[in-house]
Design a protein. Structure first.
Length: 81
């Protein structure tokens, strides 16, 4: 595999793990608040601040992380993913 493919797959696995944490967290509002605080801190870093393209992409990625996850019927009893 190419290095970019490995990084893409690593990121996909990380996103799945994060979405699982969000979905099972006992207090999702508190988790989202903490995430938003970290996101604001990140957006003030040099190289990110003032770049509208980065800001739009970051907002989209953050929205995707906290969007409800659709459950897919796998046909396996008790194994919806």
């Amino acid at each position: 595999m190419e290095k970019t493919e490995i990084e893409m797959l690593r990121m996909a696995v990380n996103v799945m793990a994060i979405k699982a944490i969000i979905a099972t967290h006992p207090n999702p509002e508190k988790l989202k608040d903490a995430f938003d605080q970290l996101l604001v801190q990140f957006q003030t870093k040099p190289g990110v601040m003032g770049n509208p393209e980065y800001a739009a992409f970051i907002r989209q990625m953050a929205g995707d992380l906290f969007a409800p996850t659709a459950l897919i019927d796998t046909g396996i009893p008790g194994a919806a993913t």
